[in-house]
Write a protein that binds this ligand. Sequence first.
Ligand code: TIU
Length: 228
Amino acid sequence: MAELSLPAEPGPIALDPARTALVIIDMQRDFLEPGGFGETLGNDVALLQRAVDPTKTALGSARAAGLLVVHTREGHRPDLADAPPAKLARGAPSRRIGDAGPMGRILVRGEPGHEIVAELAPAPGEPVIDKPGKGAFYETDLDLILRNRGVDTLAVCGVTTEVCVHTTIREANDRGYRCVALGDCCASYFPDFHRVGLEMIKAQGGIFGWVSGSAAFAATLAAARRAA
Ligand code: TIU
């Protein structure tokens, strides 16, 4: 497939499907469903549902176009050995990381709450990156996997916009990746933070990257398939 031009802000971004990955950040039950980590922090988790259908659209088009699809999950080992004491002690949540909740232990790997929501379940062969922090590059093999595949451009979806999506885009940008956030595929517990978070990415000529959306992403990939 030839190089494509994806409508985006602050301007179109060239996409070579062979060098582009769709990266879906932390679309886990712990953040999107009642009884998980997000709710223990006092958040209205229903606000994140709006990103699910657009992400499903982006995921379907990426798979059809043969893009590498990478999923991430935030969570910790059952013994919490990889959870910094400062993270465990932070704030005044109703349940702390590792405590038992209705979806199993909060933010712990292997528990039901740690799973990616069913609509966006990883397909066989799609890498799933388990990360202990907010950024998907911190203490993971994501960079190695992307470089081994020759990827230099990331289309990024997920939750939450200003926390794990932003941290990952900032980490990726500093490592030389071109990042485009698919805005409607991201969501936050704070709608203002979502809006401003996207503005921060594309400001100053695209200081961290570009912002586009699921419809433009799907249409660009579909048009390329028809032309092939
Ligand atoms: N609390 C919040 O907004 N986010 C996180 O703790 N992790 C992610 O963003 N995945």
